[in-house]
Design a binder for this molecule. Structure first.
Ligand code: BTN
Length: 264
């Protein structure tokens, strides 16, 4: 993977068009945050072969060895309202999963809201960060880490994480996969902006939602309960049914869900 190989493949209008490629960097999200401050345009994309300070959600680190995986972050300058921003993470999860399904022929699925799993183990994580100006969005950074060709998952993660190579036995061309993801996200983003919410994706997302009609544990601060997940609504909230039959919608920003037997 290198800048030329990605650019040669890429057929997008704006996603990945201002492309920055690094053999090694702290975090692609941090680099895009810097570029955002400098006024870089919508669609600016940073890709790295290795990260020394890869960031995961909830302050965790994202292991980012060289030569094997995809670490990419894209800058967006949306004109919509700030409360719509969390939906972008679900949208990216949907775009990446659809590419893995359609072009790689894999049974990749989404664990709500935005982890991508293959055979019930995580292969991709997404971290969204946002900067505001007064009360509106200045820019949004969506970072995607995909375990592609690595074969060494740390011992403590082998129950919950895997890579495309470990699951399929095949080596995937990272530049081609990345180009397809950027193209797909561009198309999906435009449909999202036009609709104003996730309604064009609700059925598709629910079809590939690993939690659908499954028991989940809803981890709300101070209020944990077991429920059946019925899929997302047009805002990306998870619709759940509690054991007493009452229904609730849970918002990705405030809760997470866990399978009752483990990660999924
Ligand atoms: C998660 O915890 O599931 C989110 C992981 C996000 C990792 C990606 S790798 C590219 C981008 N740069 C980072 O520092 N993090 C994201």
């Amino acid at each position: 993977m290198n800048k030329e190989a990605i650019e040669k493949e890429l057929k997008s209008d704006w996603a990945g068009r201002n492309l920055w490629y690094y053999d090694e960097i702290g975090s692609t999200n941090d680099r895009v945050l810097e570029l955002g401050e400098e006024g870089a345009p919508h669609g600016t994309t940073v890709v790295a072969d290795q990260q020394n300070g890869g960031k995961g959600r909830r302050g965790r680190t994202w292991l980012s060895p060289s030569g094997t995986n995809i670490y990419v972050s894209i800058l967006l300058r949306p004109e919509f309202d700030v409360q719509k921003a969390p939906m972008l993470t679900l949208l990216m999860a949907y775009s990446v999963t659809e590419v893995l399904r359609e072009t790689e022929g894999l049974d990749a699925r989404i664990k709500w809201p935005n982890d991508i799993v293959l055979n019930k183990k995580k292969i991709c994580g997404i971290l969204t960060e946002m900067t505001m100006k007064e009360s509106s969005i200045d820019y949004v950074v969506i970072g995607v880490g995909i375990n592609v060709n690595n074969e060494e998952i740390p011992q403590e993660l082998t129950q919950s994480a895997t890579s495309l190579k470990l699951e399929t036995g095949k080596v995937t061309d990272r530049s081609i996969l990345l180009a397809r993801i950027l193209e797909r996200f561009e198309k999906d983003y435009e449909a999202f902006v036009k609709a104003g919410d996730l309604s064009p994706f609700q059925n598709g997302y629910n079809r590939i939602l690993v939690n659908k009609e499954n028991q989940v544990r809803v981890l709300k601060p101070g209020n944990e309960y077991q429920a059946v997940a019925h899929g997302i609504n047009h805002l990306g909230e998870l619709m759940v049914e509690k054991e007493d039959g009452t229904r609730e919608t849970v918002f990705a920003g405030e809760v997470s869900v866990r399978g009752i037997y483990g990660y999924v």
